[in-house]
Write a protein that binds this ligand. Structure first.
Ligand SMILES: Nc1ncnc2c1ncn2[C@@H]1O[C@H](COP(=O)(O)OP(=O)(O)O)[C@@H](O)[C@H]1O
Ligand SMILES: [Mg+2]
Length: 240
């Protein structure tokens, strides 16, 4: 479904991503983990068209999308949920959903569109007349995921959904994401800094450091954590 090959992205001469390659198959949950500054967010931004690669190719559904405009990529079924849970604090949950997709180049949504998405998000459903600024961190994370669902994506790119959330709330956010995969066949590419939750939920894991993939394997194979730690921190094995 998605193929990223030899991706290079620079910001004013500083290389943020250096030769990164990854794939996501239809229906897969794939994770990118790695330390702060590894180039994870930049990789998602490049896939979504927010930054232009200096080198490399991005293919989605068999079509080259490298360097295409974000609105075009969104219309093809790729939706980015950026880090930081940006919502309009004074607008209600419903209003956030109704207008939030403008930014992605979509028409404004009807109340029927909004109602259909809210059915998948019971907590938001209950709070649909609340100002978004009064939601908890977990509810705001659900709101930005719900907003992304309004564009009817086939592939969702989710940047650090667990950041700053309590473990129980992280589980609820992942329950929502996995439910969307199960019921709607959504494919997921999820960035996280910590491995604790993602190892449980991902099919495959890429460990990224300094803008390139250091390790890739099935999540199941990485359960013991040692290989991840070495790839994540760059420890070399000490030989006697
Ligand atoms: N808009 C930007 N302008 C300049 N440098 C940036 C910008 N965004 C990110 N960087 C730099 O690119 C590198 C990778 O950043 P990022 O993709 O945000 O990493 P991660 O998401 O893994 O923490 C970092 O060194 C960061 O400082
Ligand atoms: Mg980031």
């Amino acid at each position: 479904m998605l193929q990223v090959e030899n991706l290079h992205v620079s910001y004013g001469g500083i290389a943020a991503v250096r030769g990164l390659s990854l794939t996501v198959a239809a229906g897969e949950v794939v994770a990118i983990i790695g330390p702060n500054g590894a180039g994870k967010s930049t990789t998602l931004a490049a896939i979504a068209g927010g930054v232009s690669p200096r080198e490399g190719t991005i293919t989605y559904g068999g079509m080259g999308i490298t360097g295409r405009r974000p609105e075009d990529i969104a219309r093809m079924g790729v939706s980015l949920v950026p880090e930081g849970r940006h919502v309009f604090a004074t607008l209600t949950v419903e209003e956030n959903l109704a207008i939030g997709t403008y930014m992605l180049g979509h028409r404004s949504k009807t109340s029927a569109d909004v109602a259909a998405v809210l059915e998948r998000f019971p907590r938001l459903q209950e709070r649909r007349h609340f100002p978004a600024g009064r939601l908890s961190g977990g509810e705001q994370q659900m709101l930005v995921i719900a907003r992304a669902m309004l564009t009817q994506p086939k592939l969702m790119l989710v940047d650090e959904p667990s950041l700053g959330l309590a473990p129980l709330i992280i589980d609820q956010v992942y329950d929502i994401l996995l439910d969307l995969r199960r019921r709607q066949g959504l494919s997921l590419l999820i960035v996280e800094q910590s491995t604790s939750r993602i190892l449980k939920h991902a099919d495959r894991i890429y460990v990224v450091r300094s803008g390139a993939v250091q390790l890739v394997d099935r999540a199941q194979a990485l359960k013991d954590g040692e290989a991840i730690k070495r790839a994540y921190f760059g420890f070399e094995e000490v030989r006697a």
